[in-house]
Design a binder for this molecule. Sequence first.
Ligand SMILES: *[C@@H]1O[C@H](CO)[C@@H](O)[C@H](O)[C@H]1NC(C)=O
Ligand SMILES: *[C@@H]1O[C@H](CO)[C@@H](O)[C@H](O)[C@H]1NC(C)=O
Length: 403
Amino acid sequence: MEAATLLQLWALAALALGGTWTTLGGTQTTLPDHRISLETGTIFVHELERELFQAAFLSESEEEDGAVPITFRAQLRSHPDLPRWLRCAQRGPHRSAFLYGSATAAELGTHVIEVLASNRLTYETASQRLIISITPSPEGDPPYQAEFLVGNRDVEELLPAAAREQFVQALSDIWEHDELRIINITSALHRGGRVPLPIEGRKEGVYVSVGSHAAFSPCLLDASSEQSRFRCRLGQQPLASCYDTFTPQFVIRWCNLTLLRVLPTPTAPGPVWGPGVLEGSGDFQPPTESPPQDLLPSFLVTLLVPLAVAAVLCVVLGHLMCCRREGVAKRDLETSDIQLVHHSSIHGDTAELRSMARSRDVPRPLSTLPMFNVRTGQRTNPITHPMGGPPDGARDPLIPQQR
Ligand SMILES: *[C@@H]1O[C@H](CO)[C@@H](O)[C@H](O)[C@H]1NC(C)=O
Ligand SMILES: *[C@@H]1O[C@H](CO)[C@@H](O)[C@H](O)[C@H]1NC(C)=O
């Protein structure tokens, strides 16, 4: 009794839930495609702006402050996750999300990323396709690369263009050069770091790779020298021969500095363009979907023309066979009387001879009889009585030969 009541309640609850689900959501809006071009060897950051997606939701937000909780999900088209080089970071449903990563030569080509934004209040979703074309960097990899660990930042705090600009500004004083390029930004969590305690001011830490064509400054070389490494192992700060211009915005963990000297790889000679190659004009833009064609006329022609020909042939054949038929009467009319008399007299004479032969009582000629044995005179029908004679009755002579 108890179990039955429970089951009933459960079914009712499920029905009610299903009802609210259908009234609340299931609507999906699609934003227009967004095309992005990027080069290899440079950090790529794309902010998924909450406002853009919030405007796409049909229902207005009911909250007083107008902030709808939105969660973003991104994936490579027809794949369950993002490609290896791309990451999606969103701190909470009230923050924007960032797609970021650094493409290598292995990722050249076009990647179609599908972004799905879900409204956590109304279950509405909005989707957008990002079409990312990756082209090789014309300069190649910068020969001098350095990796810094920024201790007081989370990854999405360093991703906005302003923060990156600020970082490069601060670094250019230490590197003593202006042309610096951020190659890669990674959260320390993805490199074996630990999730910080939920205490104000504790951050994950971010690895920032910077490349340049200018040699490392003495200051950077000092910070990664053997002596500095030794001091780090003892738990002390490395030797600093210059003023740390990063402070106070960025706290650099100098012990985790890595300097990398990338030797230019001898690139294989590229393909030689022969004639007939069109002038390159940026990325290839595939044509949009072909317009639907009207196939009805060709269908009708294919179907109706053979049908019409067949019908005409039928009519002609029917006319020939039914209406143009020449009967016996017409033939008799066209034959001369003397021929008809001649013909019928032959018929009559033959019939008379036959009837006379039937009434005559004489043995039939041997050749008209079934097989018979020459020596014994025994008659056998080779078909119905095969025994007694040679098995192949067809070899028996029809007319007996005298010996
Ligand atoms: C960027 O950093 C991530 C994580 O450390 C790494 O997997 C990736 O290969 C790096 N990309 C480039 C282009 O160096
Ligand atoms: C920084 O480098 C030290 C060794 O020098 C290492 O023990 C530590 O794990 C590194 N920190 C991070 C966040 O990787």
